[in-house]
Design a protein around this ligand. Sequence first.
Ligand code: GRF
Length: 215
Amino acid sequence: MSQTNIAVLVSGHGRGSNMQAIIDACSCGAVNANVSVIIGTKEDSPAMNRARLQGINTAAINPKAFPDNDSYGMQLLDVMNKHNITLICLAGYMRILPSVVIKKYRWAVMNIHPSLIPLFCGQGMFGENVHKAALEYGVKVSGCTVHFVDESYDTGPIIIQKVVPVKCCDTIETLAARILEQEHIAYPEAISLFVQNRLKVEDRCVHILPSQDCN
Ligand code: GRF
């Protein structure tokens, strides 16, 4: 099987902890893939700086520098082609990916969201907003979701979810931290399943096929 080359996409203020979890899982061999390039919407986000310090290729592509979403998408595709990318991972990327990219990479683009989708997701639900909404609603569990990306915010087929308890003494920060820990486990797990060709999308269900190793 050919090598899975990953592009991680981050937004302008991206902190890059999920990006780092993916890099670490690939470099220690837990995931049999290669992080080929980090693409940011800005040159100097913490995530991009972190990537450069580790000698990973970066590309800054500012969507606002393009006349429309399609031409931004074509530029993204150029970078994907250059690095022979087979999987795109959004990690703190706050935009809808241009449809030219989604079409070319159908079910080969993943995102992570810090709630149990379909709760507390969709446009405007990012960062603190998600955890604030969960606490205000009074849910007893929350968590994170890795899903394939389609043309809307957080609506694509769900690959993996991790559940964490919500405690009565939780603040936005303590809940976010508990969930982030699980994000760093869930994302590499989902990528590993993809690399092993074990994800089959049927309607909006992602079937996880058995491992070939367990005979
Ligand atoms: C994470 O909470 C992720 O679920 C969401 O954006 C945040 C990115 O954090 N999509 P980081 O940059 O990976 O630390």
